[in-house]
Design a protein around this ligand. Structure first.
Ligand SMILES: [Zn+2]
Length: 265
């Protein structure tokens, strides 16, 4: 059991962090559990994939696309609640927070009736500063973060290109700042850290398809009960079930994502 879970998402990173310099994640996951070939949802698009990461089911079930997430709030009575709704229903007093560069996550993917503190700004560094300021004054049970600029670099320079990999290194440093804040606060011992991408991309074509570079993503877990090593198999929709398990919550029965054996001691 953990007092906190922090899900730190890097849009478009896929598994390309394996090719980039990532000293902060390397240190965070030195004794953690990692997988570089977890499978994300198809189509490999943000709305679909973040939807699966937060709602524990695939896109055909949660129904989220970029257009849907951008134009309407998520049904607060859906049979496929987000991890935020699962947390709120079990923990009425808990502080829950989502900081997202891509605002449809806040407006269209996470339900809007849950008293979740939602922050948004179109700049990853400023978003990180906003998160650090929030953490100075608040101790969230569940924190979700989406950094967007790695995906932007992928669309501009090609996924896997030098400038793209350098952007991963920049965002790695922001992840490091968030983790350091948890340590300074004395929270890290009781926190499960999860880092994941929503999807990857191709050197020329962006993303949306089923190729390995689009579909395979990194997921890492760090925490006191995490069994160090490599995870054999995982799907993006397993993340909320694992987060719920870590917080001692019962996962909604409709979630098809599961807690796979072997992650925790
Ligand atoms: Zn994306």
């Amino acid at each position: 059991m953990y007092k906190r879970v922090a899900i730190l998402g890097i849009d478009g990173m896929g598994k390309f962090n394996a090719k980039a310099s990532t000293p902060c994640m390397d240190e965070l996951f030195a004794n953690g559990a990692v997988i570089y070939d977890a499978v994300t949802s198809v189509p490999t698009i943000s709305g679909e994939c973040w939807g699966s990461m937060l709602h524990g089911v695939g896109p055909k079930t949660h129904g989220l696309t970029n257009a849907v997430a951008s134009t309407k709030p998520y049904d607060v009575n859906s049979p496929y609640p987000s991890i935020f709704r699962a947390a709120r229903e079990a923990m009425p007093e808990a502080k829950l927070a989502s900081f997202s560069h891509w605002n449809p996550i806040n407006t269209g993917i996470i339900e809007d009736n849950l008293d979740v503190c939602k922050g948004h700004i179109n700049d990853d560094t400023q978003l990180c500063d906003m998160i650090l300021g929030y953490l100075d004054a608040n101790d969230p049970t569940l924190l979700f973060v989406q950094f967007d600029e790695v995906d932007g670099a992928g669309h501009k320079f090609g996924y896997g290109a030098k400038m793209f990999l350098e952007k991963i290194t920049e965002i790695d440093a922001l992840i490091g700042q968030v983790v350091v804040k948890y340590r300074e606060k004395g929270w890290a011992e009781d926190t499960l850290f999860i880092v994941s991408a929503d999807h990857g991309g191709n050197r020329r074509h962006g993303h949306g398809g089923r190729s390995r570079n689009e579909k395979l993503i990194f997921i890492g877990f760090a925490g006191k009960t995490v069994k160090a090593g490599t995870i054999a198999k995982m799907n993006v929709k397993d993340i909320p079930a694992i987060a719920a398990h870590a917080l001692g919550l019962k996962a909604p029965e409709t979630w098809t994502g599961k807690v796979l054996e072997g992650i925790f001691l």
